[in-house]
Design a binder for this molecule. Structure first.
Ligand code: NAP
Ligand code: MG
Length: 402
């Protein structure tokens, strides 16, 4: 059989259980069919430490060059990891580093299968959440006040001009918070959202609390509106999709009544909270994909879950684990499809479609990993180990492609 050829993508290896699964997916589901052409970056914690985390920066820069990347889950070090891996420093999350380099937005989408019913009965299609991962309460300055006094908001422009307002005259103790965002970041967020909506041919919803926050949230609303009207309106009309702004309260009500099948863009805090709500209601973190999209059209695909540490420790003791590889498989199929679309490589796009189809049809046939078997509604499922499950997908893929 002739293997499919492809242009280069950036491959970022990772840690623990997902690193093991990464290799199995390549060996069993990709290399037999595709002449994999990747620029490899080892983002495993040990190698990040050896390179003083330069490897994370290099990987981000490489995505800018090739426009498509696929990433394995990685450990974000904490104090316990510094000890476990004898690290030189508590390195930052590679996801944060790469996101900063690409100035991108993360879109999370659940993968739906028939036997796992969303908690919200009306949901039939996935809901993708886009979270603006910059600023607001996550970069706020806060005071705890313990005596009466006047709180003021002061901005001193570079030219010395001052803007000043009283926030509150405290007659007692209280709390105070100052937060900010930047036009450049909001614009990038908007463009990433519009691009992703066009890319996936889905409607885009955006919501804030602009009726209460008449400068702050209103600015988000106006920037989205301006960019939409100037740069995207025609493209959206041509693609037959819509952009729709609404108050966050209204959005929440509409989301619960909807069938799904759209992108919901949220400010930082809203996205943090709503993505946990949406992913829990859809069923499983192991069935959630994530793609980082930059405003100038670079794409990085990964699973939304972490390195599944508890399974890894059991694996190290010789146990055959039943870790769900679906989100990692879909990270690969997403990246390969995008590569194929960018290059007009129809064979590669077809392979990505086949790989996803094979994965889902094994699950639909009642064979799945333990996490899904526990949630499965329908005829008695068979729980497989990761290796057995991947072997079943391989057999199905062979049948589909025969
Ligand atoms: P996690 O790796 O997502 O796992 C949490 C639990 O969720 C697991 O113990 C497992 O439950 C279940 N689970 C997650 N993915 C699964 C899968 N594919 N198949 C079956 N079960 C799955 O989160 P964590 O334990 O909080 O974090 C572990 C490490 O991952 C941390 O070092 C963290 O920094 C890192 N992390 C990385 C990323 C990323 O790179 N994007 C994201 C999040 C976390 P049971 O044990 O009950 O089976
Ligand atoms: Mg959260």
């Amino acid at each position: 059989m002739n293997k499919i050829t492809m242009n280069k993508i950036v491959e970022m290896d990772g840690d623990e259980m997902t690193r093991i699964i990464w290799q199995t997916i390549k060996d069993e589901l990709l290399s037999p069919y595709v002449e994999l052409n990747t620029e490899y970056y080892d983002l495993g914690l040990k190698h990040r430490d050896e390179t003083d985390d330069q490897v994370s920066i290099d990987a981000g820069e490489a995505i800018k060059k090739y426009h498509v990347g696929v990433k394995c889950a990685t450990i974000t070090p904490n104090a316990q990891r510094v000890e476990e891996y004898d690290l030189k420093e508590m390195w930052k999350s590679p996801n944060g580093t790469i996101r900063a380099i690409l100035d991108g937005t993360v879109f999370r989408t659940p993968i739906l299968v028939s036997g796992v019913k969303p908690a919200v009965r009306s949901w039939e299609q996935p809901i993708t959440i886009a979270r603006h991962a910059y600023g607001d309460v996550y970069k706020a300055t806060e005071f705890r006040l313990t005596k009466p006094g006047k709180a003021e908001l002061l901005f001193t422009a570079e030219d010395g001009e001052e803007q000043r307002a009283t926030i509150y005259d405290f007659e007692c103790g209280g709390v105070l918070q100052g937060m900010y965002n930047k036009d450049t970041s909001i614009k990038s967020f908007a463009r990433s959202c519009f691009n992703f909506a066009l890319d996936t041919k889905q409607d885009l919803w955006f919501s804030t609390k602009d009726t209460i926050s008449k400068q702050y949230d209103q600015t988000f609303k106006l920037i989205f509106e301006e960019i939409y009207n100037n740069e995207y309106k025609e493209k959206f009309e041509k693609a037959g999709i819509t952009y729709f702004y609404t108050l966050i309260d209204d959005a929440v009500a509409r989301v619960i009544r909807s069938k799904g099948g759209y992108i919901w863009a949220c400010k930082n805090y809203d996205g943090d909270v709503m993505s946990d709500m949406v992913s829990t209601a859809f069923g499983s973190l192991a069935m959630m994909t994530s793609v980082l999209v930059s405003p100038d059209g670079n794409f990085e695909y990964e699973a939304a879950h972490g390195t599944v540490t508890r399974h890894y420790y059991r694996y190290l003791e010789g146990e055959k684990t039943s870790t769900n590889p679906i989100a990692t498989i879909f990270a690969w199929s997403g990246a390969l499809r995008k590569r194929g679309e960018l290059d007009g490589n129809a064979d590669l796009v077809q392979f990505a479609d086949d790989l996803e189809k094979a994965s889902l049809s094994v699950i639909e046939s009642g064979r799945m990993t333990k996490d899904l078997a526990l949630m499965w509604q329908g005829s008695e499922p068979t729980a497989l180990t990761t290796d057995e499950f991947i072997a079943a997908i391989r057999a199905e893929l062979d049948t589909i492609r025969a």
